[in-house]
Design a protein around this ligand. Structure first.
Ligand code: FES
Length: 125
C-alpha cells in the first residue's frame, strides 16, 4: 500500500492507504490538517496541496479541477486539489499549503484555539 506523508509547518505524519483513495480521504484517515470547505466536491480550493514527491502517480487532473485550482492561492506546477486526486501505487510527499491549513483552522476552532494557546497558530512569518 502506498504511504502518503503530509507535511506542514505544524506537523509531519504518514498514513498507508489503498490505491484509488483520494488525498483528502488519506488526510482525514491520518488526521492531517487539510481544509475542505466544500466537502470534497471541487467547489472551493481549500484542499489545495503541493505534491513534492509522486505527482505523476496521481490520477489525471480534470478540466474541472484545473479551472477550480485557478482560483487558488499560490498555485504551482505541482499543485493539486486533494479531493480530486486519487492515489496510485507510489509513495507521496504532500505539503499542505497555507491556504489549506488556514481553512482547516477555520473549520476546526477547538484545534485552532489549542494551537493559539500554545503559541503555534497563526504561523510566524
Ligand atoms: S474540498 Fe473543496 S475543492 Fe476540494
Amino acid at each position: 500500500m502506498p504511504k502518503v506523508t503530509f507535511k506542514s509547518p505544524l506537523a509531519e505524519l504518514s498514513v498507508d492507504v489503498p490505491p484509488g483513495t483520494t488525498l483528502l480521504d488519506a488526510a482525514e484517515k491520518g488526521e492531517a490538517q487539510v481544509g475542505h470547505s466544500c466537502g470534497g466536491v471541487c467547489a472551493c480550493s481549500t484542499c489545495h496541496v503541493w505534491i513534492r514527491k509522486g505527482l505523476d502517480s496521481l490520477s489525471e487532473q480534470t478540466d474541472q479541477e484545473a479551472d477550480r485550482l485557478d482560483m487558488g492561492f499560490d498555485v504551482r506546477p505541482y499543485s493539486r486539489l486533494s479531493c480530486q486526486s486519487e492515489i496510485g501505487n507510489e509513495d507521496l510527499l504532500v505539503e499542505i499549503t497555507e491556504e489549506s491549513l488556514s481553512a482547516f483552522m477555520d473549520e476546526n476552532p477547538a484545534i485552532r484555539h489549542r494551537l493559539e494557546a500554545e503559541g503555534r497558530w497563526p504561523l510566524k512569518k
